[in-house]
Design a protein around this ligand. Structure first.
Ligand code: PLP
Length: 376
C-alpha cells in the first residue's frame, strides 16, 4: 500500500519507538512522585523531551505544555485566553480567526460565539491565505485573541506569519498560530517571531506517537507566565495549565520526534521538494488538461499537493484506488458539509467534490510515485 496521506498522520519513526519502549516497560515511574529513582528517571526523561520540543520552536522549556495533541492545544489556548482575559474586561469579548482554520479552532470559536463572545472569521484568497490588510482591519477592535493557521492542512498554503507576528508584537495583542502542519517542514523560531504568543502542534504529524502534542505558551517576561484558564483542573502539572499524570512514554516519543524534525529539517524539505517535483511532472504529463492545482506553488507546505481531477468524483476515485494507495479528499467532505477551506477559497461544490490531497513523506522513492503513471 502506497501511503500518501502524511498530513493526516505519519508512520512512527523507528528511533521514536525505540526511545519510548523503556517507558512502557521498566521505567514506569510517575514523574510527579518524589525521592525514588523510578520517579526521578521519569522526571529526567520528561525534562529532556521538553528541551527538545523547546529547541524545535526556539522557546524556553518552561513554555512547553504537553497536551494530547493539537486539538487539545487549540481548545486550551482559545478557551483559556477567552475565559481569563474576557473575565478581566467586561467591555471586550472579541475573538478573531480565519475561515480556513482546522475544525478544532473553528468549532471552538463557534462554541464561544454561542456563549456570548463576539467572534469573527476573516475571508481568504483563492489559495486559502489570509489577507494582511484584513488582519490589520480586524485587530482595530483589539481582540482578546487572534488565531491564524500557519500552513493550511487542506491546500498547504502558508500565511505570511513573520509580518503577522510583527503586527501583533507592535500592537501588543495576543496571536495564536496552529502550526501543526508546518512543524518539520518550515523553520519555526519563536525568538524571531515574538508576536506569536501561543502555538499548537501534534506529535503524530512528525513521526511521533498519537495522543501527544504541545501548546507553546510564551511568558510575558522572564518570570511572568501568561495567564490562561486551564481546561483540566487538578494536580497542577504543566505549570498549572494542564493537570493530569504525564504520559511519559508519549512525551519521550514527542521529544525524539522533535529532535529528529529539527536535525533533519533541511534534508527532509529537500527530499520532499524533489519528490514533489517528480510527482508534479508525472501529473502534468499524464493528466494534461484534466487537472488543476489548488495550492500556491510558490509558498506552500513541501510535499502537500491539492489537485482537482476535472470531472472525476473524488470519493469514487479514492474508493477505487483504496487497495493500492491511501489518499485524502483533504477533509471530511459530505453531501451536506463540503470542505469549508475550499469553499472559503472560492471553489464550487463541484470543484470540491473533485479534489484530492496528496501528502508525501521523505521516505518515499521516485519509483513509488510511478504509480501515478498507471492511472488514466
Ligand atoms: N490543526 C491542524 C492544522 C491539523 O491538520 C490537525 C490534524 O489534522 C489538527 C489541528 C488536530 O490534530 P490532532 O488530531 O492530532 O489533535
Amino acid at each position: 500500500m502506497l501511503y500518501l496521506d502524511n498530513s493526516a498522520t505519519t508512520k512512527i519513526h523507528p528511533e521514536v519507538l525505540d526511545a519510548m519502549m523503556p517507558y512502557l516497560k521498566e521505567e514506569y515511574g510517575n514523574p510527579s512522585s518524589k525521592y525514588y529513582s523510578l520517579a526521578e528517571n521519569a522526571k529526567k526523561a520528561v525534562a529532556r523531551a521538553r528541551e527538545h520540543v523547546a529547541a524545535l520552536f526556539g522557546c524556553d522549556s518552561d513554555e512547553v505544555v504537553f497536551t494530547s495533541g493539537a486539538t487539545e492545544s487549540n481548545n486550551m489556548i482559545i478557551k483559556g485566553v477567552a475565559d481569563y482575559y474576557g473575565s478581566l474586561d467586561d467591555a471586550n469579548n472579541y475573538l478573531l480567526t480565519t475561515k480556513v482554520e482546522h475544525p478544532s479552532v473553528i468549532e471552538t470559536f463557534n462554541y464561544l460565539g454561542d456563549r456570548g463572545y463576539e467572534v469573527s472569521f476573516l475571508e481568504v484568497d483563492q489559495y486559502a491565505r489570509v489577507d494582511f490588510q484584513k488582519i490589520k482591519e480586524g485587530i482595530e477592535k483589539r481582540p482578546l485573541l487572534t488565531s491564524i493557521i500557519w500552513g493550511n492542512n487542506e491546500v498547504g498554503s502558508i500565511n505570511p506569519i513573520n509580518e503577522i507576528s510583527a503586527l501583533f508584537e507592535e500592537n501588543g495583542l495576543f496571536l495564536h498560530t496552529d502550526a501543526t502542519q508546518v512543524v518539520g517542514k518550515v523553520p519555526v523560531n519563536l525568538k524571531e517571531t515574538k508576536g506569536i504568543r501561543f502555538l499548537s502542534m501534534s506529535g503524530h504529524k512528525i513521526g511521533g506517537p498519537k495522543g501527544i502534542g504541545a501548546a507553546i505558551v510564551r511568558k510575558q517576561s522572564n518570570e511572568i507566565f501568561t495567564k490562561i484558564t486551564p481546561l483540566l483542573h487538578g494536580g497542577g502539572q504543566e505549570n498549572n495549565y494542564r493537570s493530569g499524570t504525564l504520559a511519559v512514554h508519549n512525551i519521550v516519543g514527542l521529544g525524539k520526534a522533535a529532535e529528529l524534525a529539527l536535525n533533519k529539517l533541511e534534508q527532509n524539505v529537500n527530499r520532499l521538494n524533489e519528490l514533489e517535483n517528480y510527482l508534479m511532472n508525472i501529473l502534468k504529463s499524464n493528466f494534461s488538461g484534466r487537472i488543476k492545482f489548488n495550492s500556491d506553488v510558490k509558498n506552500k507546505i513541501p510535499g502537500l499537493i491539492s489537485i482537482q481531477f476535472i470531472g472525476v468524483n473524488n470519493e469514487l476515485l479514492l474508493k477505487k484506488l483504496s487497495n493500492y494507495v491511501a489518499l485524502s479528499t483533504g477533509s471530511a467532505c459530505s453531501a451536506t458539509k463540503p470542505s469549508h477551506v475550499l469553499s472559503a477559497a472560492g471553489k464550487s461544490l463541484g470543484e470540491i467534490r473533485q479534489t484530492v490531497r496528496v501528502t508525501l513523506s521523505p521516505n518515499l522513492s521516485e519509483s513509488d510515485l510511478d504509480f501515478f503513471k498507471q492511472i488514466q
